[in-house]
Design a binder for this molecule. Structure first.
Ligand SMILES: Cc1ncc(COP(=O)(O)O)c(C=O)c1O
Ligand SMILES: N[C@@H](CCOP(=O)(O)O)C(=O)O
Length: 462
């Protein structure tokens, strides 16, 4: 399988090179040259597979023999052996129309573990096999950082530096990252918001000489491996419903920030999974909702919300979608992204907007509605939603017709966001792993938001 850049200036490279490159060297994002197609017969065969078996099949399509199957199987088994639920990503039925896909049974209680347990092990594998130096640089609004650190802490040959926005992540998220005392981990708490952190790391990755000199590798969803791993649970959830006799139209509702998780759903659909609607849910940071409704992509004012991990204006994976929206025309994307730097917005014509609106429906959830949704499902079903999941569930309510069911992706455990849960007067007992964090010392360095300050820290660390 070959990978190419959305901007057309990185030629066909293999899977491992794509993982190691992270952000494409021309500033674009890597995508598979051809999206593998899964036939109806294959879907039928896959329906009975365990999560691990299914992941092995999906990864094999994209890795295409570059990693021997036995090794890949071991990577998959190691990655999902750390999950607390035997099904890895189980589906819970709430009512006849709503099912919750629980993606938070990994070590850090967020959906990021599904991809980052795998990517951590993959980096370790590549480092051992190819003697490669792995210096991970990532930005987080709270969950990716904790999960990536957990995936590689203490691993030989790997160092990881994570930038998080100072005091803009939940207490549990902060503790999960900063109580790790392994010498290969550096946490930088940056004055600014997540978009600032993400902009800094992208600028450093775009400086190809710097990136190569310091062997910088990505763990954010700019890395194509993240997206591929996240497609697996769309298939798995669909099969779980099919196995329960659920025929008919199946939607997925996805709380969205960086457009990574919902892009994985889009990819699964393009591979042949018969997803009906892809419902895009945002919080007040609703750039993507506005794009789907109006065809204008324009960062707006930053809001701190009850769902802080989705407090994102500049959505990394949007460029991957634009690439498919423009018929895989890398020249067009290169021109659009150059013009975006000048204009600060992207406006698509009416025919393309019609395609967008066929691909997605979107709903922006305000804070009060998010909290109301948490209370509602707690009272009616004794089910506690985290605030990100609540956005997805509120959006599912808007778009699920009588003849449809919606799978709402539950992207985090509510114990990670107790600040919001307390506002609706719900007392939760945190899992012991989370409770234990409060007794541990923290390790982090507070830095200003300038690139030079970050570079100074990185050069010392790597
Ligand atoms: C808990 C949670 N939900 C939803 C999202 C949104 O996912 P994505 O950025 O892939 O759109 C994130 C992170 O971005 C998250 O941490
Ligand atoms: N919500 C994310 C933001 C980074 O997104 P990613 O999917 O590109 O890693 C987080 O929790 O850090």
């Amino acid at each position: 399988m070959d990978y190419i850049s959305t901007r057309g200036k990185v030629g066909a490279i293999g899977f491992i090179d794509a993982v190691m490159m992270g952000l494409a060297d021309d500033g674009g994002l890597l995508v598979p040259k051809h999206i593998p197609q899964v036939s109806a017969d294959t879907l039928k065969q896959w329906q009975q597979l365990s999560y691990q078996e299914l992941a092995l099949e999906v990864f094999s399509l994209y890795i295409d023999g570059e990693i021997p199957r036995e090794d890949l199987k071991q990577l998959v088994d190691d990655s999902y052996g750390t999950f607390r639920d035997a099904e890895v990503t189980p589906v819970r039925s709430i009512n006849n129309h709503l099912h919750i896909l629980e993606l938070f049974h990994g070590p850090t209680f967020a959906f990021k573990d599904v991809a980052l347990q795998f990517l951590g092990n993959l980096y370790s594998y590549i480092s051992r096999k190819n003697n490669s130096i792995i210096h991970i640089l990532g930005a987080t609004s709270g969950d990716t950082g904790a999960s990536a650190i957990e995936g590689v802490r203490g691993k030989e040959g790997i160092r990881i530096c994570i930038l998080h926005p100072h005091q803009k992540v939940s207490k549990v998220q902060e503790l999960q990252m900063t109580t790790v005392d392994d010498a290969n981990v550096l946490n930088l708490s940056v004055e600014g918001n997540f978009d600032d952190c993400q902009r800094i790391i992208k600028e450093l990755f775009a400086d190809v000489e710097f990136k190569h000199r310091y062997h910088l590798r990505a763990i954010n969803s700019i890395n194509i491996a993240r997206i591929l791993a996240q497609t697996v649970y769309y298939f798995y959830a669909y099969f779980q419903l099919a196995n329960q006799g659920q025929a008919g139209k199946v939607n997925f509702s996805v709380p969205t920030g960086n457009f990574g998780d919902i892009f994985a759903g889009y990819l699964a659909k393009r591979m042949g999974l018969p997803i009906h609607k892809l419902i895009l849910a945002t919080n007040e940071n609703n750039i993507l909702e506005r794009f789907v409704r109006e065809g204008v992509y324009q960062p707006g004012e930053f809001h701190s919300t009850y769902s802080p991990s989705m407090d994102i204006q500049v959505a990394s994976n949007f460029e991957r979608y634009l690439y498919y929206l423009h018929g895989e025309d890398a020249q067009a994307i290169s021109a659009i992204m150059d013009q975006y730097k000048v204009d600060g917005n992207i406006v698509i014509p009416a025919d393309k907007l019609a395609t967008v609106q066929a691909d997605f429906v979107a709903y922006g959830v305000q804070g009060e509605e998010c909290l109301r949704t948490i209370s509602k499902y707690y009272d009616s079903n004794a089910y506690l939603l985290d605030p990100h999941t609540a956005c997805g569930v509120a959006a599912a309510e808007q778009f699920t017709s009588e003849d449809e069911v919606t799978v709402a992706l539950s992207t985090a455990h509510p114990a990670k966001f107790d600040e919001a849960i307390r506002l609706v007067n719900i007392e939760q007992t945190p899992p012991p792993q989370i409770e234990a964090l409060f007794d541990k010392p923290q390790f982090q360095t507070l830095v200003g938001g300038s690139n030079s300050e970050i570079v100074e820290q990185l050069v010392k660390f790597y």
